[in-house]
Ligand binder design. Structure first.
Ligand SMILES: [Zn+2]
Length: 476
């Protein structure tokens, strides 16, 4: 097998999910067997070509099956009956998928814990693996400001620097520049800003954003976009969408200009890569749809970004202070214009019920600071809503944060003990809640995947949302 062949087979969306054809129990095993076969044996050269042709045929078959699986579909048993009666009720666009990157496969719907400064706050990569995190997110802006690219390059990229060998997504840095940096000046060229740590002036352009992410070596890079503020005037949002499209085009051209060999991701374990000394995989690039709260701008942005053809599509500028209905409508406005065979990433979302609502609207990937941020003030997620463990009511409570939760915190510690740690400002307290909260989010996605496979997602969503209590009118 030539290195080129290897390159063709990896680093793209593999449309190989077929819940009807293969049960969930065996699907992962089939793939891992294939990989094991391709990686672990030395195959005589005569046999190799025919084996490889066979594998191609299987991949094409798998892709054909998957194409229909990415179609929006009813997942609810009652809905199917309704459809037969000519009335489609309980319809949902929830879907399953698999995304292959240079550092592994991500089953979607997926939640991405946020590693802001090259670390998911208070959690080690070993613990993330134990939590079954499939992919984590790194914030380009923070890493660019501190420790800086030279340091990360010195350590051989972000994976090696932080010792995370799984898939990694980096944002473009744009969102933090708009929300954190001082003295921003946005122009067609890019953004001049002073960083929020020591005020050092810097400039980021679409080309520079892609260059930085190439240096970080993430598996998925995001284009530079302008996240319009909320509320936002129509005319500003319209101009912003047009500039975001032009920036996306520049990002795409910058990536193509540096396509090989620099813009590749080192594999997790080169030694196992089919006997070749080093195999690299192309960094995937996702486009971002903007358009604030305006339906026509969301649609226009989706069409323009999709025309540029990216590996996946994100919906940005949501969860920026708008009402929940506006957030849902923003996603509904652009979703029909996103291709079925590419992953969709709803950026910066959300509460547990919001994640399920987004999945029902055809979204596949999510990132959110809530599980880690709220843990730091003593707030834990449960299926019935959040608990503030600082409250006096938990002082003598011997039960775990959530009964039947399989996380290490709930297996080992009581609410009363964790409350004491938080009140005493012991680091362990926030760590224990963080571990539980991340487990809760990741496990919610696992349940969503299983429910989609079983065609019971819509019942699951409705029951979860109904049981999840809001506090002070805020869904958290
Ligand atoms: Zn737990």
């Amino acid at each position: 097998m030539s290195p080129d062949d290897k390159k063709i087979r990896t680093g793209r969306v593999l449309n190989c999910h077929a819940p009807d054809a293969v049960s969930a129990k065996y699907r992962g095993k089939m793939r891992s067997c294939k990989e094991y076969f391709m990686c672990a044996f030395v195959i005589p050269s005569g046999v190799e070509e025919s084996l490889f042709r066979m594998q191609k045929v299987f991949e094409l078959l798998a892709q054909d099956r998957q194409r229909s699986r990415w179609e929006p579909s009813d997942v609810d048993g009652q809905a199917s009956e309704g459809s037969r009666a000519g009335k489609r009720v309980n319809q949902t666009k929830a879907r399953r998928g698999r995304l292959t990157t240079g550092h592994g496969v991500i089953d979607t719907p997926a939640f991405m814990p946020i590693g802001t400064q090259g670390s998911v706050k208070a959690v080690s990569p070993r613990e993330l693996r134990e939590l079954n995190a499939q992919i984590i997110l790194g914030n380009t802006y923070h890493l660019f400001v501190r420790p800086g690219l030279d340091v990360i390059k010195h350590f051989g990229g972000l994976h090696r620097f932080m010792n995370w060998d799984g898939p990694l997504l980096t944002d473009s840095g744009g969102y933090q520049i708009f929300s954190l940096a001082k003295l921003r000046k946005i122009s067609e060229d890019g953004v001049h800003f002073q960083n929020h740590v020591d005020g050092t002036p810097a400039f980021i352009s679409p080309e520079i954003a892609m260059e930085i992410q190439a240096a970080l070596g993430s598996d998925i890079a995001m284009v530079l976009d302008e996240c319009a503020p909320y509320p936002c005037e129509y005319n500003y949002a319209a101009r912003s969408v047009e500039m975001t499209t032009r920036w996306a085009n520049r990002c795409k051209r910058a990536v193509e200009a540096n396509a090989s060999p620099a813009r590749t991701v080192s594999p997790a374990n080169p030694k196992t890569a089919a006997g070749t000394a080093a195999t690299t995989t192309r960094q995937l690039v996702f486009g971002i749809v903007q358009g604030a709260t305006f339906d026509d701008l969301r649609k226009a942005s989706a069409q323009a970004i999709v025309d540029l053809s990216f590996d996946g599509y994100a919906i940005g500028g949501v969860s920026v202070g708008e009402r929940e209905e506006e957030m849902m409508r923003a996603v509904e406005s652009c979703e029909p214009f996103l291709p079925d065979d590419k992953p969709r990433y709803a950026m910066g979302l959300g509460t547990p019920p919001q994640l399920l609502e987004m999945i029902a609207r055809g979204m596949d990937m999510f990132d959110c600071v809530l599980p880690t941020r709220l843990a730091r003030n003593g707030t834990a997620f449960t299926a019935r809503g959040t608990l503030n463990l600082k409250n006096a009511e938990f002082a003598l409570d011997k039960s775990p944060i959530e009964e039947n939760c399989a996380c290490s915190t709930c297996r080992e510690f009581s609410r009363g003990y964790i409350r004491h740690l938080i009140k005493a400002e012991e680091i362990l307290g926030l760590r224990l809640i963080t571990l539980h909260n991340l487990f809760f989010y990741l496990d919610l996605m696992r349940q969503a995947r299983d429910q989609i496979d079983n065609r019971t997602f819509d019942e699951f969503r409705k029951s979860f949302v109904a049981n999840y209590k809001t506090r002070n009118g805020i869904v958290l």
